[in-house]
Design a protein around this ligand. Sequence first.
Ligand SMILES: C[S@@+](CC[C@H](N)C(=O)[O-])C[C@H]1O[C@@H](n2cnc3c(N)ncnc32)[C@H](O)[C@@H]1O
Ligand code: SF4
Length: 384
Amino acid sequence: MSREAQPFGVYVHWPFCLSKCPYCDFNSHVRHAAVDEARFARAFAAEIAATAARVPGRTVCSIFFGGGTPSLMQPQTIGAVLDAVARHWQVAADAEVTLEANPTSVEAMRFRGYRAAGVNRVSLGVQALDDRALAALGRQHSAREALDAVAVARGIFDRYSFDLIYARPGQTPEQWKQELKRALAEAGEHLSLYQLTVEPDTPFATLRAAGKLALPDEDTARAFYDTTLEVCAAHGLPAYEISNHARPGGECRHNLVYWRGHEYAGVGPGAHGRLDIDGARHATMTEKRPETWLSLVERDGHGLVTDDVLTREELADEFLLMGLRLAEGIDPARYVALAGRPLDPARIAALNEHGLIETSGDGRLRVSLPGFAVLDAVVADLAA
Ligand SMILES: C[S@@+](CC[C@H](N)C(=O)[O-])C[C@H]1O[C@@H](n2cnc3c(N)ncnc32)[C@H](O)[C@@H]1O
Ligand code: SF4
């Protein structure tokens, strides 16, 4: 495939939230003064120009506004970023343009403006359909408000998705099954379902250390995951990735860019990118602190703080790590091309014998459904 024809995504990070959820370790910050969006829009445009100067001539297949809470941005700020992308690269006529939204009524009121600005897909952070659970997660919305926001999204966008977090403190797999069924009745073509992870240095980590956060043991966690796979598949939204479920054709194309190892630009505070320059893959990251990022961009035209050329070994490991999250798995020939050596046949045979991986008819290597429950261990074994 020519360079121009290969998928190329643009990730734009909006680093602000109204409040910080106690489980979240994303690069998100609460500011009590108004954020100067026009200044951010100029900085985004400058960083897009600087990135395009390094990787010109790409055709953008997907743009993703992630956060933080991008649904706090004014539609005109979104429009300005999309204009900047289109000034510096070609944008495919059918490009997917996703915005992550928090499901409050105030934010839902902006959806029409986002549509007019060029957004064609929203991903809503519903998290739970139970008000007590939402309060425990520190969310600013009720279940009713979230479902109302989903209904607004459904009326405005052809494509929408929402996120739920399961295996929450005190939740049983049976309760989750009922909640998931209710969620599926509201779902479009896509759902993201994440098992609660206690991230270091979050208030949830402090609670757990104090013995105040009861999380499921390994067997119960497995029951949560199995329920998730079963109920979603029965409803026509099978897992296409370890935590993502879609009707065939409804997959998030942006995330497929990451998982299939394609190229993407990361714009905004704390954004990661993967850029192919002179035959080498660069792993980039920008400054995380929003105001420092702004100053860097205003001084230098970009906020890059990391720009590493990946070694063959790193490229091959990343390819495994990302590709094996997908139900479609990986093409072992591409691994050979990246690593310069094949995967160890003895390890493949052993994992196969344990029912953790399988080879499909067309020769792709994929993790089996039981293997997904222990994906990290499978990848570590193969990459060793
Ligand atoms: C960038 S975040 C949030 C987007 C948006 N600000 C929101 O909260 O709705 C994307 C998703 O990651 C998931 N997530 C964040 N932290 C998590 C954690 N510790 N465990 C499981 N899922 C998590 C949530 O479902 C969330 O919607
Ligand atoms: S979960 Fe969403 S709203 Fe909550 S702090 Fe993280 S990014 Fe912000």
